[in-house]
Design a protein around this ligand. Structure first.
Ligand SMILES: Cc1ncc(COP(=O)(O)O)c(C=O)c1O
Ligand SMILES: [Zn+2]
Length: 425
């Protein structure tokens, strides 16, 4: 039995809620829902399209406290909330007055996705990929990853009681290695870059029909999970869209899907339709999309990454051209910041907001600051930035920049001798 025929409904189509078909992003050709990810006409990437029902804010608000409150807008079975998943989402939207004051902004919010079950936004996309993959008959959940996806796939598979096969570059942060290995799936560390691992995954996907590589052969479903970031931000703002949003870019899927999420809410009349501007953030050591934007290209030229922002180190981003479309259409931009600026920005966020982001968060805050300085971001417009992962996973990045004082004896005299009584501390 192939993945194509297993687990499907009587009609042969997988039961994925209101999802209707797959549509080619390049030529628009539609195909039936299934484990297909490239157009058979032009090889373009496929996108899920829907027959949306009439949906009210009240119905969503009465739903589960997880991304499954938006299940009618996702390619997942209708009973998804009662299946074993990690139940990601509904992370906090933090009003960032401290950081706003430091940067001279009026209304700034942080969507803090470090609060997900494995501490990054990847739990969202993996939960949707797993639901669709199971429905299409896949038996194994797999991925090539820059780290956070590895955590999310290993955990989601463990929760669902299925096998995982997770592959990462061997030089990842130790925290991300351990927090994947602990879940006990098949864990492969590869001598090579993420782009090498991704290539290997594509070859393996061809050999193992019942393996769902979440970001390869079930990518159309996986990517839809990031729409929930857009949905939540709007709901948490009181069913409004922000004026500006800054999003980190690795493959670019998160950025593209947040924009799609906003557009769907407006189309469904769940928010007032108004303009929003989308800004992309990369590390200078891996900034192929920023380069393409700056040079006015429609295509993205691959690079070999070298940056402390390993979670964003994708040199050949699958959604790069679509990021360029979104950013240009909405009047945003894509910018990049250096490794020292990333570290500075992680500390700025921690110091002003009490939020400890991973390097991707540092990239986003760094780009926010840079675009304010250059006048490309409006300091008076309501702005949301995404903190997509937890600083505890990238400790090495900040360790050299943080001073830990020497231990003292447990006496008042030692406390005073060390200068901790001073008013200047
Ligand atoms: C923490 C974090 N933020 C952002 C991203 C970028 O996501 P995308 O590949 O959808 O652009 C990643 C990707 O791995 C990530 O791990
Ligand atoms: Zn096509």
């Amino acid at each position: 039995m192939t993945a194509q025929t297993a687990g499907t409904g009587a009609s042969g189509a997988p039961r994925l809620g209101n999802a209707r078909a797959l549509s080619c992003r390049e030529c628009g050709k539609t195909s039936a829902l299934g484990p297909q990810y490239a157009c058979d006409e032009c090889f373009g990437p496929l996108e899920v399209i829907y027959d949306f029902p009439r949906l009210t804010r009240g119905a969503i608000e009465a739903g589960p406290h997880s991304i499954w409150r938006y299940a009618p807008l996702l390619p997942v079975p209708r009973d998804i909330a009662s299946r074993p998943t990690t139940e990601p989402g509904c992370t906090r939207l933090v009003r960032a007055d401290g950081l706003a004051a430091e940067l001279g902004m009026r209304r700034l919010w942080i969507k803090d996705d470090s609060g997900n079950p494995t501490h990054s936004f990847k739990d969202r996309v993996v939960a949707v990929a797993l639901a669709a993959a199971t429905e299409m008959g896949f038996k194994v959940l797999a991925c090539p990853s820059t780290g956070n996806l590895a955590n999310a796939v290993a955990a989601a598979a463990a929760r669902a009681g299925i096998r995982s096969v997770v592959m990462v570059p061997a030089n990842l942060e130790e925290q991300k290695i351990l927090t994947t290995a602990v879940y006990g799936g098949t864990f492969v560390t590869v001598d090579g870059t993420y782009d090498d691992v991704n290539r290997l995954a594509s070859e393996l996907a061809g050999e193992h029909e019942d393996w769902a590589f979440v970001n390869v052969n079930v990518r159309p479903y996986y990517a839809e999970g990031s729409k929930t970031l857009g949905f939540e931000i709007a709901e948490q703002l009181g069913w409004r869209l922000p004026d500006q949003i800054v999003v980190p870019i690795a493959s670019g899927a998160q950025l593209v899907k947040i924009d799609k999420g906003f557009a769907e809410l407006a189309e469904l009349g769940l928010v007032e339709d108004k303009p929003w501007r989308v800004f992309g953030a990369q590390a200078t050591g891996c900034s192929p999309v920023a380069e393409a934007f700056a040079k006015g290209w429609d295509v993205v030229r691959p690079v070999k990454p070298s940056t402390i922002a390993k979670s964003l180190a994708i040199g050949n981003p699958a959604d790069g051209p679509y990021v360029l479309d979104v950013v240009r259409r909405t009047g945003g931009t894509v910018a990049d910041v250096s490794d020292p600026e990333i570290v500075d920005s992680i500390r700025l966020l921690a110091r002003t907001q009490g939020v400890f982001g991973e390097t991707a968060g540092g990239v986003t805050v760094g780009v926010l600051r840079k675009l304010l300085d250059s006048g490309q971001l409006d300091p008076d417009a309501e702005t949301v930035i995404i903190n997509s992962g937890d600083g505890l996973k990238t400790l090495d990045a900040v360790a050299p920049a943080v001073t830990v004082p020497a231990a003292i004896k447990p006496t008042v005299a030692a406390f005073q001798a060390a200068g901790f009584d001073g008013t200047d501390i």
